[in-house]
Every structure is written in C-alpha cells, then in structure tokens.
Design a protein around this ligand. Structure first.
Ligand code: HEM
Length: 140
C-alpha cells in the first residue's frame, strides 16, 4: 500500500499544478484583448485542464484504494477522514467550476473580471493546506 500512497501523492501534485495555475491563466486571459493572444490562452487552458483532470481522477482512485484496501474498517478516532472527504468533494466542485469558466472563455462570453479570478485563485491553496493538515496531523 506504500506504493499506492506514493502514487496518491504523485496524482495530488499533478492535480494541484492545474488547480493552482488555471485560475491564474484566467486572470491573464481576461486582460488580453488581441485575438491571437486569446486563442493562445484557450489552447493553454484546454491542455492544462486535460492534465489536471487526469491528476484529479488518479488522486480520487488511489485515495479510495487506500481507504478500502488499507484503512477499512476505520481505526478509532479517524473523524479527520470524514472532513477530508467533504473538502475533497469541495475540490471536485472547484474543478467543475474551472471547467465552466474554461467553456465560457472558449465561447468568448466570460463575464468575470480579472480581480474575480485573482480571488478564485486563492481557494485551492486553502483547501490544500486544510487537507494536508488533516491527512498528516490527523487532529481528531
Ligand atoms: C476521494 C479522495 C481521497 C480519499 C478517499 C483519500 C484517502 C486517503 C487515505 C485512506 C490515506 C492513507 C492515510 C494514512 O495512511 O495515514 C490518504 C493519504 C493521504 N492523502 Fe488522501 N484521499 C483522497 C484525496 C486526497 C486529496 C485530494 C489530497 C490532497 C489535497 C490528499 C492528501 C493525502 C496525503 C497528503 C496523504 C498522506 C498521509 C500520510 O503520509 O500518512 N488525499 N488518503
């Protein structure tokens, strides 16, 4: 199972590379007015989203593998895991929201400002911090 844990972390890092950087691309894309520049951003966003989706699927599959293959039945005092799974569900929601923004940029009908995406850009880092603390410290 240590192999699965290693792959769990590998997929988490790949997923977060996209979750942390895609909204930053949206900031720059919003500020871009020339057509060639906008097209370049659309291509970058599409490719990054494909890679981060593979990371997200891999993180969830290896996470469930660890859970069902190693951590089941749950040891005493593993309430941290429940909260972690709620936060993971929130991250999946954020991933879907990224897909929605990407579709809006692809159709050239994004309505949000660069400032909006700057704020959005902070969200995955907060999730990452909370989930890593829960998974490593296991405070409750
Ligand atoms: C459905 C999704 C997920 C499930 C079911 C899941 C479940 C698990 C389980 C059972 C472990 C082993 C715990 C241990 O050995 O102490 C683990 C380890 C870990 N998980 Fe997840 N996980 C999921 C997604 C994530 C995500 C999205 C992150 C990060 C944002 C994450 C971060 C970690 C870390 C850092 C460890 C290593 C803990 C250690 O070294 O002991 N997991 N996960």
């Amino acid at each position: 199972m240590l192999w699965i844990k290693a792959f769990h972390i590998f997929f988490i890092v790949s997923w977060f590379a996209g979750l942390l950087y895609l909204p930053r691309l949206f900031v720059y894309h919003t500020d871009t007015i020339d057509n060639a520049g906008r097209q370049r951003f659309r291509t970058m966003e599409k490719r990054l989203f494909a890679i981060m989706s593979i990371g997200g699927i891999g993180a969830v599959v290896t996470g469930l593998w660890l859970l069902l293959g190693w951590w089941w039945p749950l040891p005493e005092g593993s309430h941290w895991l429940g909260l972690k799974l709620i936060l993971v569900a929130g991250l999946l929601g954020f991933h879907l929201a990224c897909w929605g923004w990407l579709r809006a940029f692809a159709g050239d009908h994004n309505q949000h400002s660069a400032r909006y995406f700057r704020l959005v850009n902070e969200i995955p880092a907060l999730f990452l911090l909370a989930i890593v603390i829960l998974a490593i410290v296991k405070p409750f």
